[in-house]
Write a new protein. Structure first.
Length: 322
């Protein structure tokens, strides 16, 4: 049994907030609704569709819906490994701080609920959107690969994910007037619980970091870099699959050069959504780099440098919020 290095009050705050924002999939989120395919799903600040000025309104909307479908699918995918890791961490508290244990059990329960929500969404979208969509990664396979890495690396990746979730909702999804109301509501309720999860991620990451010597932290940094590379591999596969699906069902006809740009924009958008917008979050950088030596920080920065150049703009509200 590992003694907690974090105040019980911090866990109690998470529990209080978790109880306050608790929601039900059908009663609060879905409420018998279906997706409105006359409206976009993912806002342009995330889909980057505005970079494709020649695209007509209908195909702009289709691109946002395809990206929105993958956005939901990938969140369900990553929450598979997050829930398993939180169960594992909870066992370390099982015979100790029961408040910490309750906070982690509640987070695990919420992550399992989120997985069910995203499975329900995929069923709804599969019924109403054109046939041919293909997810490019299998949740259990991804979870097994991620969970083979150290707890420090998995927690750092998880904090990154749950911070960009908040930033995306607050700076882009909530602010966009003309998107499908059901799609917006999904990520409103998702954001409410993910806000508490990010607090727990940070508490547990700091606690895990305190147990490492420099050599083990150095190895964990290498694993975090490997995980980011693995995420990028998933994004490359999903972007290729989604671009092919788009070309199969879009009403417009595009030149070879335009098709190349559209396919490249799918990948650029996914890297922006799932890697860059999180890596640039001030809170993530503050937590992560406070733990690293100068040499370790340079390794992380060097690994991210080729991707960070794709950020849409330095003034993006998504980067400013967490």
């Amino acid at each position: 049994m590992q003694a907690s290095l974090v105040s019980t009050d911090s866990y109690a705050k998470v529990i209080h907030n978790s109880k306050r924002v608790r929601w039900d999939i059908e009663g609060d989120v879905l409420r018998g609704r279906r997706f409105d395919l006359s409206k976009p799903f993912l806002p342009a600040g995330l889909s980057l569709v505005d970079e494709l000025g020649y695209m007509q309104v209908g195909d702009r909307r289709l691109l946002s819906q395809i990206q929105g479908r993958s956005y939901a699918y990938i969140f369900g995918l990553v929450e598979r490994f997050i829930s398993v890791k939180m169960l594992e961490i909870g066992r370390a508290h099982a015979m100790g701080d029961q408040v910490a244990l309750e906070a982690l059990v509640r987070m695990t329960d919420e992550e399992i609920k989120h997985q069910e929500l995203f499975r329900r969404l995929e069923t709804l979208m599969d019924a109403d959107m054109p046939a041919g969509y293909r997810p490019a990664a299998e949740p259990n396979a991804v979870a097994a690969a991620v969970l083979s890495k150290s707890t420090w690396a998995v927690l750092a990746l998880t904090l990154h994910i749950e911070l960009f979730t908040q930033a995306h909702y607050r700076a882009s999804i909530a602010a966009e007037a003309d998107i499908c109301e059901l799609w917006r509501d999904v990520f409103l309720f998702h954001w409410k619980e993910e806000s508490q999860h990010a607090m727990l991620d940070e508490l547990e990451l700091r606690q895990e970091d305190a147990l490492l010597d420099n050599a083990h932290r150095d190895a964990a940094v290498g694993e975090l870099i490997e995980l980011v590379g693995a995420v990028d591999g998933i994004l490359q596969a999903q972007a290729a699959a989604d671009a092919a699906y788009f070309f199969a069902v879009a009403t417009g006809r595009f030149t070879g050069a335009q098709q190349e740009q559209i396919a490249a924009t799918f990948l650029k958008a996914y890297r922006w959504q799932y890697i860059v917008s999180g890596a640039m979050q001030p809170r993530f950088q503050k937590v992560l780099f406070a733990m690293l030596s100068a040499e370790q920080a340079e390794r992380v920065n060097s690994a991210l440098a080729p991707l960070l150049s794709i950020a849409p703009s330095e003034g993006s509200p998504i980067v400013a919020m967490a």
